[in-house]
Ligand binder design. Structure first.
Ligand code: ADP
Length: 263
C-alpha cells in the first residue's frame, strides 16, 4: 500500500505535535520511523490508522482519502499493533489471534480463518501457548501474540508501534525476518516505530527521522544514519560502522560530554 501524506498538522488539546508532514511511503517497503521520545512517531502512525484526526492535511492510501474510508474497509487493509502495554484481553492466545480475522469473516469463523490462525501461531512459535490466557503472558509473549493477530489479518499495510521493545534479541530477529518474508511474499507494506537504530538499519528500506514533530531526514539507512544527523537529532556522538553491508550505530557520548575511557 502506498501512503501519501500531504501537509499534515496534528495537535493534542493545546499542543501542536506534527508540523507540515509531507512524505510518500512506497508500496511493499519496510519504513522505520525513528527519532527522540516525543518527536511524534506514534502520532503519525495513529493518524495513518485514522485513530487521530489531523488538524489539516491529507493522508492518501493507494490514492484514496483515508478520512473517507469506512472503518471495516480500513480493518481489512491495515493491521495495527499498538504499544503492547496498552492492551489487555481476558481470553486465550488463540482467540486473540483469531480476532485478526474478524474484518474478513462474518460473526462465525470459517475453517479458512482457523487454518490461517494455526499457520501464524506455528510461524511465530506460539503454538505451545495457544491455549494460555493472554493477560498472564510475559510482555514479550504478548507482543508476539499481538503481531500474530495483525498478521492473521493479512493486511496490505502493517503499522507497528515499537513491536520489538519487549523481545529478546533472538525473537527480535525472528519477528523481523518473518515480517520481511511477508513483505516480499505478500506485497505487504510496513510502517514501524522503532527505537533500536541498528534493527532499523538492518531491516528498513527507508528511514524517516523525526525531530520535534517535523521530518528531519528520509532515505536509505546509510543516508540517514550519519554522525551529523545523529548529533543534531539525538544530541549524541555516535560511531558509524558497517556489518554485512548494513550500517551500524554505536552511541558514544552525549554531545558536549567527553568520552570517558578506562573507567
Ligand atoms: P513519540 O512516538 O515520538 O515518542 P508521540 O507521538 O507519542 O511521540 O508524542 C508526541 C508528543 O505528543 C509528545 O510531546 C507527547 O507528550 C504528546 N502526546 C502524546 N500523546 C498525547 C495525548 N494523548 N495527549 C496529549 N499529548 C500527547
Amino acid at each position: 500500500m502506498r501512503i501519501d501524506i500531504r501537509n499534515l498538522d496534528f495537535s493534542y488539546p493545546g499542543r501542536k505535535v506534527l508540523h507540515d508532514i509531507n512524505v510518500i511511503m512506497d508500496d511493499s517497503e519496510i519504513v522505520c520511523l525513528v527519532g527522540p521520545n516525543g518527536s511524534g512517531k506514534s502520532t503519525i502512525v495513529k493518524c495513518i490508522e485514522s485513530l487521530l484526526v489531523p488538524d489539516k492535511g491529507r493522508i492518501l492510501l493507494d490514492g484514496k482519502e483515508s478520512r473517507n474510508m469506512k472503518r471495516i474497509d480500513m480493518a481489512k487493509k491495515i493491521g495495527y499493533v499498538p504499544q503492547s502495554s496498552n492492551l489487555t484481553f481476558s481470553t486465550t492466545v488463540f482467540d486473540v489471534v483469531l480476532m485478526g480475522r474478524r474484518p474478513h469473516s462474518s460473526w462465525q469463523s470459517s475453517m479458512i480463518d482457523i487454518d490461517i490462525v494455526i499457520d501464524i501461531l506455528v510461524l511465530l512459535e506460539l503454538e505451545d501457548i495457544a491455549l494460555r490466557q493472554f493477560n498472564r503472558l510475559s510482555g514479550g509473549q504478548q507482543q508476539r501474540v499481538l503481531i500474530a493477530r495483525a498478521m492473521a489479518q493479512h493486511p496490505e499495510l502493517l503499522l507497528l508501534d515499537e513491536p520489538t521493545s519487549a523481545l529478546d534479541i533472538a525473537h527480535q530477529l525472528d519477528i523481523m525476518n518473518i515480517i520481511t518474508d511477508f513483505v516480499n511474499e505478500k506485497n505487504m507494506s510496513v510502517v514501524m516505530v522503532v527505537h533500536d537504530l541498528n534493527l532499523a538499519a538492518r531491516y528498513a528500506d527507508t528511514i524517516i527521522m523525526l525531530k520535534n514533530g517535523k521530518i528531519y531526514a528520509k532515505g536509505k539507512p546509510e543516508e540517514v544514519f550519519t554522525k551529523e544527523n545523529l548529533a543534531f537529532v539525538y544530541d549524541v556522538e555516535a560511531a558509524i560502522g558497517s556489518q554485512k553491508n548494513k550500517v551500524t550505530i554505536i552511541p558514544i557520548a552525549r554531545n558536549g560530554c567527553r568520552l570517558q575511557t578506562g573507567t
